[in-house]
Ligand binder design. Structure first.
Ligand SMILES: NC(=O)c1ccc[n+]([C@@H]2O[C@H](COP(=O)([O-])OP(=O)(O)OC[C@H]3O[C@@H](n4cnc5c(N)ncnc54)[C@H](OP(=O)(O)O)[C@@H]3O)[C@@H](O)[C@H]2O)c1
Length: 361
């Protein structure tokens, strides 16, 4: 049976460590988890079974492997040190028999987006970013439709627009949007995205390094490596729709409590074909996973055991290709969720009512 492995790491240190080691998660303070995480070797967390292609009937299996670094620790340490542990996790995947390896969350954010890691391994490697882009754009468009907004006249802000996912999301949303606000930390890098957005068919672009400027945006896609709580309740427009693709999430938890007029959706979530069992609770309901893991699985169904979404510049052709492959095998956009809860129509109607009550649109 063809198989894959997917690397994850703690996003919320206390909660995620508790999922594997309940006692350690309870007794260790967060600072100790950050520090100690660097001394822990990669561990096999679980075996993944039951995913089945609707196109071919083929079943695949996989493994979840944990690289015990927190997001913060990965950004603090020299990339070479972080690579060493991720490569060790890759070798563990090879020994388990995986033919494809997915780099979850910050394991592809750090350094050169998986290129160095892939060079050291004999199996195919992907960051999963291409399918993450595809499903995040799809989820954003669905949320816009359900909120009754016209994307063609809306201002769309992409926070983290100079990153791998952010640039591609900007390119895909550009032809459909009224105008684009590209937000990042470095104007020169944002200019590169701006050129790509113009080429994609929208010359109505503003650039900023000040995240507070998103208060004019009707739609926000946020996809940074900020490590959390970059988007706060005070900087969002009334009635704004926010797709948070980042993990750890960019939108603060207070936003859900303080801004009943704003719709925040969790980006990049996918339904997996078959009766998949991940063997480990990483915080999503049964049958659902992140776009990056879904890409790894779709490539395994397809038998395409080669490096896929690597580096910081994702070609749009890769996105269209993986979208077609994943759809053919039965992956689909999961029902919209907000802060880990399902978003049904009643909730969306309440948000709309609050937004319009204050004079939106
Ligand atoms: N939901 C999913 O399925 C899924 C899948 C894969 C990845 N992700 C998440 O997506 C996020 C981005 O991944 P990526 O591969 O695109 O990473 P990336 O290529 O490193 O891009 C991250 C971008 O965020 C920007 N940034 C960091 N801090 C910022 C701040 N305070 N304000 C504004 N911009 C800031 C960086 O700016 P600079 O250019 O200045 O460095 C960079 O351009 C990560 O959180 C990752 O965990 C989610």
């Amino acid at each position: 049976m063809d198989s894959f492995a997917f690397i994850i790491h703690p996003l919320d240190p206390k909660r995620d460590v508790s999922r594997k080691y309940p006692l350690l998660g309870r007794v260790l303070p967060e600072s100790a988890i950050h520090f100690l995480s660097q001394f822990w070797p990669p561990v096999e967390l679980s075996r993944i079974t039951g995913a089945r292609s609707i196109a071919t009937g083929k079943e695949i299996e996989g493994w979840l492997i944990a690289v015990p670094y927190t997001a913060r620790r990965m950004l603090e340490l020299p990339p070479a040190e972080v690579y060493r542990k991720i490569i060790a996790a890759g070798h563990l995947a090879e020994r388990l028999g995986a033919k494809m390896l997915g780099l979850g969350a910050y394991t592809s954010v750090v350094g050169d987006g998986g290129l160095t890691i892939a060079r050291e391994l004999d199996i195919g490697v992907t960051s999963g970013d291409s399918y993450t882009v595809a499903v995040s754009v799809e989820a954003t468009i669905e949320a816009v439709l359900r909120m009754g907004l016209d994307l063609g006249s809306a201002q769309v802000a992409v926070v983290g627009a100079s990153g791998a996912i952010g640039r591609a999301v900007s390119q895909l949303l550009a032809p459909r949007s009224g105008n684009m606000l590209l937000v990042g930390r470095d104007l020169a890098r944002l200019q590169v995205t701006a050129a790509a957005v113009t080429a994609a068919g929208n010359a109505n672009i503003s650039l900023t390094t000040d995240v507070d400027e998103i208060q004019t945006a009707d739609v926000v896609v946020t996809v940074t490596s900020s490590g959390g709580a970059l988007v706060t309740p005070d900087i969002l427009k009334r009635g704004a729709i926010v797709c948070d693709v980042s993990r750890p999430r960019d939108v603060s938890w207070q936003t859900s409590r303080q801004r009943q007029d704003v719709l925040v959706i969790d980006g990049g979530l996918v339904r997996v074909p078959g009766a998949v069992d991940f063997g480990f609770d990483y915080g999503l309901p049964a049958g659902m996973t992140y776009g990056c893991m879904a890409e790894t699985m779709a490539l395994t169904f397809e038998g395409l055991f080669e490096d896929y979404s690597l580096g910081k510049d994702i070609p749009l052709t890769n996105i269209r290709r993986i979208e077609a492959i994943a759809t053919r095998h039965g992956f689909s956009l999961a029902a919209l969720r907000s802060y880990e809860q399902k978003l049904d129509d009643i909730v969306i109607q309440k948000v709309r009512a609050q937004a319009y009550a204050g004079g939106m649109g």
